[in-house]
Design a protein around this ligand. Structure first.
Ligand code: MLT
Length: 386
């Protein structure tokens, strides 16, 4: 890192822009290249999708893959031991109202895990949270959907397939387990500045514990402009109502003319198709090519960029991570879109925990990042007296 003056210059034009693109820190877990997309500790995310979740969790927390099968197995066994969830947590979830959104249940579950198990050690709490969120997220699906009691983890299944096992989703497609593994790895981390990660780190900078900080991060993810976009994208795909290119183009143009949003396309940093979308499209073409909504989503992939490129102010007309994720989950048998952001959170807690650990223990030569305290310039407040 050089002392590049452009990193230090703050202009009026930067104010009230949500810090968009404005350097405020460093991240060791992932980088987002505007053309290539996200890489985890240097590895392109598409390659990470071929590894078990435990290896990618190890990479993000320890900044390297397990050295060999023995270390990978030991780490996996350790996560499994950490995954025990106190019964009080399930009893609390059972008492929640179904009027609450699954993300409100998820945030409650995280706080319940903290109340029943935090240690105050950033690494311990980070790994424990990652391990326990598998069972809590699955239990939320089962309890709130009325599928029955929480299912205990299978002692021999790795993280991703164990989640599918604990879900026990009625009518699940045979490919649901593989799709959930893909979903889990693809959503783990996306640079240091996405809203949920930034929020979690900021809260942790005041030394609120890992669980409280993660709850705040999930509150940020709950927003429809961030993690809940996957739920909105499925709604958008459903509205199109055709997979015929001419019909889809007519719908997109009409949506734009009426000032409507084209969900699933564009990104604050990326200027090319999100590789996380590319992996999902390939999975969809391989396993769900005949699903009507998948066919529509695949046609949108062809049509939307062509139309959006006609609009000069649009800097990124390409698909993002949310473009087909909800449509794929629907095709694979998870039919309640309100749970899709819980799946995003189930995955993203890995990267956020890893970045909180980095900011608390490793950045600035181990001194850690001080409490976040940006400056807001007082506006329109001339001195007055009673
Ligand atoms: C994410 O993965 O967090 C989304 O792409 C949003 C972002 O990167 O800001």
């Amino acid at each position: 890192m050089t002392d590049d003056p452009t990193l230090l210059e703050i202009r009026q034009s930067h104010l009230n822009t949500g810090l968009r693109g404005y350097p405020v820190g460093t991240a060791r877990t992932s980088a987002v290249d505007k053309e290539k997309g996200v890489s985890y500790c240097g590895y392109p995310v598409a390659e990470m999708a071929t590894l078990p979740s435990e290896s990618v969790i190890h990479l993000l927390v320890h900044k390297r893959l397990p050295a060999d099968d023995a270390e990978a197995q030991a780490f996996s066994d350790d996560l499994r031991r950490r995954g025990r969830i106190p019964g009080d947590v399930f009893e609390l979830l059972k008492a929640l109202t179904r009027d609450g959104h699954p993300m409100e249940w998820f945030m409650t579950g995280l706080l319940a895990l903290g109340m029943t198990g935090k240690t105050g050690d950033w690494v311990e709490d980070g790994l424990n949270l990652i391990a326990r969120v598998n069972g809590v997220a699955a239990a939320i699906f089962r309890i709130r959907s009325g599928w029955g009691e929480p299912i205990a983890p299978h002692e021999d299944l790795p993280y991703g397939p164990n989640f599918a096992h604990m879900l026990g989703a009625p009518g699940a497609h045979p490919q649901l387990g593989e799709l959930l593994h893909l979903f889990h790895v693809l959503h783990m981390d996306h640079g240091g500045g996405n809203l949920s990660t930034f929020t979690g780190k900021a809260i942790a900078s005041g030394h609120a514990d890992m669980y409280a900080s993660m709850t705040g991060a999930m509150a940020a993810l709950y927003g429809p402009l961030h993690g809940r976009a996957n739920q909105e994208c499925l709604k958008f795909v459903r509205q199109v109502g055709s997979d015929d290119p001419a019909d889809v183009e007519a719908f997109v143009r009409k949506q734009l003319e009426s000032g409507g949003k084209i969900f699933g396309f564009g990104h604050a940093v990326l200027r090319a198709e999100d590789p996380r979308a590319r992996v999902q499209y390939a999975f969809a073409e391989e396993h769900f090519a005949d699903d009507p909504l998948v066919k529509t989503a695949l046609t949108l992939r062809q049509v939307v960029p062509k139309v959006l490129k006609e609009i000069p102010k649009i800097s990124n007309p390409y698909p993002n991570v949310d473009a087909i994720s909800g449509t794929l989950l629907q095709a694979a048998g998870l039919t309640d879109p309100e749970f899709y952001t819980v799946l995003f959170g189930w995955s993203r807690v890995v990267g956020i925990a890893a970045q909180i650990i980095d900011e608390r223990l490793h950045l600035r030569g181990g001194k850690g990042v001080p409490i976040y305290r940006p400056r807001f310039i007082a506006e329109d407040q001339p001195e007055r007296h009673l």
